[in-house]
Design a protein around this ligand. Structure first.
Ligand SMILES: Cc1ncc(COP(=O)(O)O)c(C=O)c1O
Length: 410
């Protein structure tokens, strides 16, 4: 395909001034949102340069979210898989149980700086909604979260969490009742209430500056991991693996390693019932270029440009689009993308639980499952970092139903 290998810090020069990663990204939004996006860009850039904002953000990450998260060696998993020494970056151990808190703390600090009193969000797995409801409570803001009706059923514990935190969870019945439909409703709300509402977007998707801003807030994952690998092993890992829904935990994990040309990076999409079945959410593996939720990127769509309803057992990966930076990274070849099925993710869920005593989120279980696709490493010297993006409590209902009580009770 004539992909050029563009390594290192050149990646960090992106997006360009128009919010583009190569041809991807940009702002495909109604006219009424442009001033709000311009203001958000200017306010983010100013805040990110402001020492007091950065100090407050770091303070909250440390004292409220519980960072830095550990980098845990997984000896029994490594032995079972024989793909190398596996280290888990433990985003599951943050307050609220996933990487989503990093981004939400940053954005709600910005909302407070903009003197907004109300925040809205979309959520799929509910982890972004829980993080938003949590930080909104911490700052005394009104919080409305849009969630697909199907996702409300399969992530019921998170719906209750959000409600207990004082948020209103608004069910979205439209479409498939999943993340894409929730995001469409949240954007509709924002268009109507743009003057007094801050829209807390949950991944590296949407119009500029969201993909850039969310990347910067999530870079803490990779920055910490890089230091931890250096201290532990004196070097960077050989391979990094992370799941990709919109792509925020992956981009946060990868970015500070881009300048290390030796580090292989793998993003793992939801292969659902298999790529040939048409029931999956593997946007980069099987999509084509189009526009969704305000930005251009790879997308699951039919020949008429209609979005194909995606499927994944994991509500956080069940999205037909992907962040524009991932679209760019795919074309350049700097990051490789592959897909694992629902069944493979379920097996990886059990494997991690039984080998290491850790219940991963089903999203993170996709990253573990992808390790089988790496070549074997008889020397056992290859070092692999996996972003464990969240914990599995929210998925217990889904996992129990899928695995069957009989098998679990044996
Ligand atoms: C635990 C967890 N991991 C991963 C994701 C996928 O999001 P992203 O690709 O933005 O990291 C989600 C989304 O809800 C999630 O809850």
């Amino acid at each position: 395909m004539g992909r050029q290998r563009d390594k290192g810090p050149a990646y960090l020069k992106r997006p360009d001034r128009r919010g583009r990663f190569g041809v991807y990204g940009g702002r495909y939004v109604p006219e009424t949102l442009i001033p709000a996006l311009e203001r958000l860009t200017a306010d983010f850039v100013a805040a990110w340069r402001d020492r007091r904002f950065r100090d407050e953000y770091s303070h909250l990450l440390r004292e409220y979210a519980g960072r830095p998260t550990p980098l845990t060696h997984a000896p029994r998993l490594s032995q079972r898989l024989r793909r190398g020494q596996i280290f888990l970056k433990r985003e599951d151990l943050t307050h609220t149980g996933s990487h989503k808190i990093n981004n939400v703390l940053g954005q709600i600090l910005l909302a407070v700086r903009q003197r907004k009193r109300r925040v809205t969000a979309e959520t799929g797995a509910g982890q972004h909604g829980v993080a938003t409801a949590t930080v909104a409570a911490r700052f005394g803001l009104t919080c409305d979260v849009y969630m697909g009706a199907l996702d409300m059923k399969r992530q019921a514990p998170n719906v209750e969490r959000m409600q207990l935190l004082g948020a209103r969870v608004i069910p979205v019945e439209a479409g498939a009742g999943t993340l894409k439909d929730a995001a469409s409703e949240a954007i509709r709300d924002w268009v109507t209430n743009v003057n007094d509402t801050y829209y807390v977007l949950g991944s590296v998707v949407g119009p500029h500056p969201y993909p850039y801003m969310v990347r910067e807030f999530q870079r803490v994952i990779g920055r910490e991991a890089r230091g931890q690998f250096r201290r532990l092993l004196g070097r960077s890992p050989d391979t990094l693996v992370a799941c990709v829904g919109g792509g925020s935990n992956a981009i946060g994990f990868f970015t500070d390693f881009f300048s290390d040309a030796r580090v292989r990076m793998i993003g793992v999409e939801a292969g659902g019932c298999g790529l040939r079945s048409g029931r999956h959410a593997a946007t980069l593996s099987a999509g084509t270029v189009g526009v969704l939720h305000g930005s251009m990127g790879y997308l699951l769509q039919d020949d008429d440009g209609q979005v194909i309803t995606p499927h994944s057992i994991s509500a956080g990966l069940d999205y037909p689009g992907v962040g524009p930076e991932h679209s760019f990274l795919r074309d350049t070849g700097r990051v490789e993308y592959l897909a694992v099925t629902d069944q493979e993710a379920l097996a990886a869920f059990s494997l991690l639980a039984e080998c290491e005593g850790i219940l991963p989120a089903l999203e993170s279980a996709h990253a573990i499952a992808a390790l089988y696709q790496l070549p074997r490493d008889p020397s056992g010297k290859r070092v692999i970092g996996v972003c464990l993006s969240g914990r599995g409590d929210k998925d217990l209902g889904t996992v129990m139903a899928a695995l069957g009580a009989a098998r679990l009770g044996k």
